[in-house]
Design a protein around this ligand. Structure first.
Ligand code: SAH
Length: 340
């Protein structure tokens, strides 16, 4: 049976109208689910019996199981088991501005980025909106606190699961749903160009991050197979169109990989590429994994790379590091559990 958490407020309004009931019932249901956090329809005491019975026939109020938690300074990592016994993970980061959760959007991933642990398991299936929402809600219950920021940067490519991700954002952002402000939600893509353009048309003011990781086709082709489908010119063109349409600043993520993309010349090429684009660059020291041969850039190379960009007056940060001790890089907890 379908999870009630897959339904947006609009969907439920439609559902009640079709039933010949008043639309406002949808708001009541949302309050029970997302504000009072009940775990059954029976607990919705201001909803009449016939409606409860119908809801019970059509939907379930489901849960996800947390089967493992690893904790370190300012970071917790959670492994979830889904109903079909597949696994995904979420990483909770304690910042001074609030708690931020990195959630997964698919079981496995088909993008095949060479440096990424998640992609070693090919996509098994997309996550439903409910499974993305429940990562947040189960962890909020576990820590007995609210999560203020969401990044869709866990296992999976969100734009390869576009409709479910958009529905998830709608419910997470809704003032009767999880009430997470759109500016506190970030979607990260490896560069699925048509979906970037489609996303630009939506009115959500969420943040878009692009996993760039190379400033030329030569480098991106080597480490990110998606570049063979949508090359860097198409990607940058889509980003420009996105910014024109939304007026939002875009983040470029750039993992620094020793000997691959971290020379001064690479830094200059990156500056030229993003020149004039309303963006900021997030440099990510690579989290090494046991299975993959890539190495983190030397500290001196990271600082030099940063300085070159900074001197060009481009907004740049080096990502604060969380949890490299507790296998917090994408996909590492899952691969430890399943030993693949
Ligand atoms: N598929 C999406 C979102 C998931 S990956 C995307 O590609 O953006 C989230 C980010 O973590 C991406 O920028 C990805 O390239 C990066 N990443 C993957 N493995 C990493 C590792 N071992 N160390 C540091 N960053 C990593």
């Amino acid at each position: 049976m379908e999870s009630i958490y897959n339904k947006s407020l609009n969907d439920l309004e439609q559902y009640f109208e079709n039933m010949g009931e008043k639309k406002y019932k949808a708001t009541q249901i949302f309050e029970w689910l997302y504000e009072k956090r009940v775990t059954s329809f029976q607990e919705m005491t201001n909803v009449k019996k016939s409606v409860i019975e119908q809801l019970e026939k059509d939907f379930i109020v489901d849960r996800l199981s947390i089967i493992k938690i690893e904790k370190d300074v300012e970071v917790n990592k959670y492994l979830f088991e889904l109903n079909d016994k597949t696994h995904v993970e979420s990483v909770l980061m304690m910042h001074d501005y609030g708690k931020s959760l990195c959630i997964s959007s698919q079981v496995g991933c088909n993008m095949g980025c060479k440096f990424c642990e998640s992609g070693r398991l090919k996509k098994v299936r997309n996550l439903l909106p409910s499974e993305m929402l429940l990562q947040i809600m189960m962890i909020e219950k576990e820590i007995n606190d609210r999560i203020s920021h969401i990044v869709i940067m866990g296992i999976g490519e969100p734009f390869d699961n576009y409709d479910n991700v958009v529905k998830f954002i709608e419910i997470a952002n809704n003032s009767k749903g999880l009430q997470i402000g759109s500016r506190h939600i970030t979607v990260s893509t490896c560069g699925i160009v048509p979906k970037i353009l489609e996303f630009a048309k939506l009115s959500y003011q969420v943040n878009l991050a692009i996993s760039l990781h190379g400033a030329t086709n030569e480098i991106r082709d080597k480490i990110m197979p998606i570049n063979k489908v949508y090359n860097i010119e198409l990607l940058i063109d889509a980003v420009k169109k996105y910014i024109d349409k939304t007026n939002r600043r875009v983040t470029f993520e750039y993992i620094l990989l020793d000997g691959i993309n971290d020379t001064s010349s690479d830094a200059y090429k990156l500056c030229d590429l993003v020149k004039g684009i309303n963006c900021y660059i997030n440099l990510i020291p690579y989290n090494e994994t046991n299975h993959l041969e890539f190495k983190r850039s030397k500290k001196s190379a990271i600082l030099k790379f940063y300085d070159i960009i900074k001197k060009r007056n481009i907004n740049v940060t080096i990502r604060k590091e969380f949890g490299s001790k507790i296998s917090a890089a994408c996909g590492q907890l899952r691969s430890k559990k399943e030993d693949v």
